[in-house]
Write a protein that binds this ligand. Structure first.
Ligand code: HEM
Length: 495
């Protein structure tokens, strides 16, 4: 009996302490007198995210409710207080003008025990600075232009695979573009010839699909609250098998490169390999660091490019007249350039690029950007203050769907991105790749990769809805990067 009483007392004490911690965490903004979205017990403002709702939809709802009332409001990612930035001038200050105050992103990484996390996205502080100085030059326009012939070759294989498969009425478009993007990554970032378009079940594709450990709430809480303890306990984001596979692949390729001493700069892998022998020790990269930079193409560039290319083809399938105009533009540019594409010619495909940008606006792959405050920051022209170590969320997808910036936001209208209309908008109104010191350094390359793939498909094939095409579109709530739920099939015809 006494034992039972003790057990009951202990359980009650633990429950009370737990309740107290949760209540204290969830009253952070109330105590500070900051306008905030009322949180729900345990989940904060993320109720249903990952199951019933996509994070984009949740942020859009909060943004719409509070926009215009304050430059920022408080909200909660589970128990973690976050600052949701609403005002575009404050967005500009955080990302560009006063970016010195907001240098860090705060995404968990543990390079010593999880080598693939030594990528730019997951690094902050001095480690990010060193890597960024070494890696950024590889993404300069002049260097990436040299990769156009490889992109064209992979696109030609995609074209051939679609022609040979004599497309039935319903082609899973998401799978087709996934194979294209995987082959681009394996060829240019890992230095192996991609074969996914010819044989969809390659080991590379399997690993690129299964590197992430299963998502669960407990892990997320743990990493958000106790990153230092997680590092101490040697927590790893990535599966052992995938880590082993990518490290082994890169080491083997570096070894071959060392012996053959091929000295051209036609791929990222070759440029990363050069960094292994850089004369400045600060810029020299280890094998693991090279593997992590190659891996960032999978981590950051695969789902995002898949998303944008799939949704762009979907939107064009729903607008046959627009699709015809895009095709005429592509054919016109290709007729003048039978010897292959160069950067200047790619730039002539204005309407296609506008369609890509309109896709990135309407179906923004990453719904938000993250920044941490390094030191107290007074918000200009206001009475507000952001405190040291505040976690900021910039709701990019919600901004992209703000009807004051983009009237009728659900309409797919590439004319929003002609020169005049872009000039008229606030520079922070379109941020699919972020901006400022932590922007997506692969933006130009990613656009080139997607434009080459889309041009190759749209030049000779027409896309239209088939009975399996979901109208309206349904997103997969379980994924962070915006993706269709299930397969997205379209009817394809050679034209
Ligand atoms: C449609 C394609 C892509 C989209 C929409 C996209 C979007 C983004 C966004 C939103 C960020 C965060 C920017 C910020 O916080 O301001 C980012 C960062 C980054 N992206 Fe991309 N990305 C794409 C393709 C790629 C590709 C192909 C790579 C290949 C390496 C890549 C590598 C990176 C890296 C390394 C960072 C971190 C940069 C840093 O913190 O210094 N991304 N990207």
């Amino acid at each position: 009996m006494e034992f039972l009483q003790r057990l009951l007392c202990t359980a009650l004490s633990v429950a009370s302490i737990f309740y107290f911690i949760v209540k204290t965490s969830l009253s952070h903004w109330k105590r500070r007198g900051i306008l905030h979205e009322k949180p729900k017990f345990l989940v904060g403002n993320l109720r249903g995210v990952g199951t019933k709702r996509h994070i984009s939809a949740v942020l859009e709802q909060i943004y719409e409710k509070y926009k215009g009332q304050a430059p920022f409001i408080g909200c909660y990612a589970y128990l973690k207080p976050m600052v949701l930035v609403l005002d575009l001038e404050l967005v500009r200050n955080v990302l560009v003008t006063h970016s010195d105050n907001f240098r860090e992103r705060g995404v968990f990484g543990n390079a010593p025990h999880d080598p693939l996390s030594a990528n730019l996205l997951q690094q902050d502080g001095a480690a990010w600075h060193r890597l960024s100085i070494a890696v950024c030059p590889t993404f300069e326009e002049e260097r990436i232009s040299q990769m156009l012939p490889t992109l064209e070759r992979v696109a030609a294989t995609m074209h051939r695979s679609l022609t040979q498969s004599q497309p039935p009425n319903a082609v899973p478009i998401d799978k087709l573009v996934d194979c294209y993007n995987i082959d681009v990554i394996s060829t240019l970032a890992f230095g192996i010839s991609g074969e996914t378009l010819l044989n969809t079940d390659t080991e590379f594709r399997r690993m690129a699909r299964s590197y992430l450990k299963d998502f669960n709430m407990f892990r997320l809480y743990f990493l958000m609250y106790f990153p230092n303890l997680a590092r101490l306990l040697r927590y790893k984001n990535y599966e052992q098998a995938a880590t082993h596979y990518f490290l082994k692949l890169v080491r083997q390729k570096l070894f071959e490169q060392e012996w053959s001493r091929i000295d051209n700069r036609n791929s990222f892998f070759q440029m990363f390999a050069e960094l292994k022998r850089h004369r400045d020790p600060e810029r020299r990269l280890s094998d693991e660091e090279i593997a992590a930079q190659a891996f960032s193409f999978i981590l950051m560039g695969l789902e995002t490019c898949n998303s944008a290319m799939t949704f762009c083809l979907y939107e064009l399938a729903l607008q046959p007249d627009l699709q015809r105009l895009v095709r005429e533009e592509i054919r016109g540019v290709c007729r003048q350039n039978e010897n292959g594409m160069d950067n200047a010619r790619l730039k002539q495909m204005r309407l296609l690029k506008q369609c890509l940008h309109e896709t990135l606006r309407k179906h923004t792959p990453y719904a938000f950007l993250l920044r941490n405050t390094n030191e107290d920051y007074e918000v200009p022209n206001s009475v507000f203050m952001l405190c040291t170590d505040n976690h900021l969320v910039i709701p990019v997808a919600a901004i992209h769907r703000d009807p004051e910036l983009y009237p009728e936001p659900n309409k797919f209208d590439p004319e929003r991105f002609n020169k005049e209309n872009v000039k008229r908008r606030h520079p922070m109104a379109f941020l699919p790749f972020g901006v400022g010191r932590r922007y997506c350094l692969a933006q130009k390359f990613a656009e080139m990769q997607m434009l080459v793939g889309l041009a190759s498909l749209l030049r000779d094939f027409s896309f239209s809805p088939c009975p399996e095409t979901p109208i309206p579109l349904v997103y997969d709530n379980t994924r962070l990067v915006l993706a269709p739920k299930g397969q997205l099939k379209l009817a394809v015809q050679h034209v």
